[in-house]
Design a protein around this ligand. Structure first.
Ligand SMILES: [Zn+2]
Length: 311
């Protein structure tokens, strides 16, 4: 595809600021609605960019409201809010916190960690899913409260340094690259660059044990298309969709609960019953939705470019 045509089409079809990513801070910004087209359908369910964003973010109240903290599987716990995921990985050498969400949620995450019987001060490492405020704005405060090391993906560093709640610099203690690992107390997480939503969007994987069985846990990154699909971003997404599908997966998780049906699965949690978070059939569900939406948006852009190119 011709690069200039693609960019022109993007500008014609979607004003760059009209949608695409969650607001950087969620405060003091006017959030314009995402477009209500194109529509795609997966397993009988219809989605638009607007409906996906609404499902992911919920209301401002839901973004801040504590969701009951719970064990997902093995040493992996949920400590986030109703619509913003935060995960705690517990090891004998201290804990790993993945996604601090908005800064205003950090105390709620701390409360969830403590309600599960762990100490927030035992957090040794802070990881992130991708450099948007709704996932990593709280890193500075969480580090301040715990002294944890903040480890970030190289390609997200420029975007992260722009996230400064209350003027605080975003802490970066270690920069990693695609395929690097983070190990603490016998648990190893591997970071895979699955760019597109941001340039450094990261899918984390780890193994955890439950009884005698070992499970592959996949902390999916958002694969939601932004407002402008430039050729480099198209290339990023094309790699990410196929790569994510290649991962071994027993337990799919996501940076928003809506991406892995957390609320529905949590409702099915019963002592002694099967673990609803083991969902091999659901491992690629969100990838399928985002892949279809990506191609539908791309098609709209190309059609708009062709229409604009006509004399
Ligand atoms: Zn995002």
């Amino acid at each position: 595809m011709n690069k200039s045509i693609c960019v022109i089409a993007a500008l014609i079809t979607f004003p760059a600021a009209s949608f695409g990513q969650a607001p950087a801070t969620g405060r003091g910004q006017t959030r314009r609605p995402a477009p209500d087209h194109p529509t795609i359908s997966i397993q009988g369910e219809s989605f638009t960019p607007r409906s996906i964003l609404a499902r992911n973010m919920g209301t401002p109240e839901e973004q801040a409201e504590q969701f009951p903290p719970h064990k997902i599987i093995g040493n992996v716990y949920y400590v986030g809010t109703k619509t913003l995921s935060s995960f705690l990985i517990v090891t004998p050498a201290g804990n790993i916190l993945m996604d601090t969400t908005y800064e205003r949620n950090v105390r709620t995450i701390q409360k969830s960690v403590e309600q599960l019987g762990f100490k927030f001060s035992d957090t040794k490492i802070i990881l992130g899913n991708h450099a948007h405020g709704d996932h990593m704005e709280g890193d500075a405060l969480a580090k301040e409260l715990t002294g944890a090391q903040v480890i970030v993906m190289a390609e997200d560093v420029p975007a992260l340094t722009a996230i400064k709640p209350g003027g605080k610099e975003h802490p970066i203690d270690k920069i990693i690259h695609d395929g690097d690992t983070v190990t603490l107390g016998g648990t190893t997480l591997t970071a895979y660059l699955t760019a597109g939503h941001t340039h450094g969007a990261t899918t984390w994987i780890m193994k955890t044990k439950e009884g005698n069985d070992s499970y592959d846990v996949v902390f999916h990154s958002s694969l939601r298309s932004g407002a402008v699909l430039t050729p480099p971003v198209v290339a990023e997404f094309n790699h990410s969709f196929s790569f994510v599908r290649s991962l071994a997966c027993d337990v799919p998780l996501g940076d928003h609960p809506g991406e892995y049906d957390m609320h529905e699965k949590f409702a099915k949690l019963h002592p002694g019953g099967p673990n609803p978070f083991i969902d091999r059939a659901g491992c690629n569900k969100e990838t399928d939705v985002e892949d279809a939406m990506f191609h539908a948006i791309l098609q709209e852009q190309e059609q708009a470019a062709l229409a604009a190119a006509k004399p």
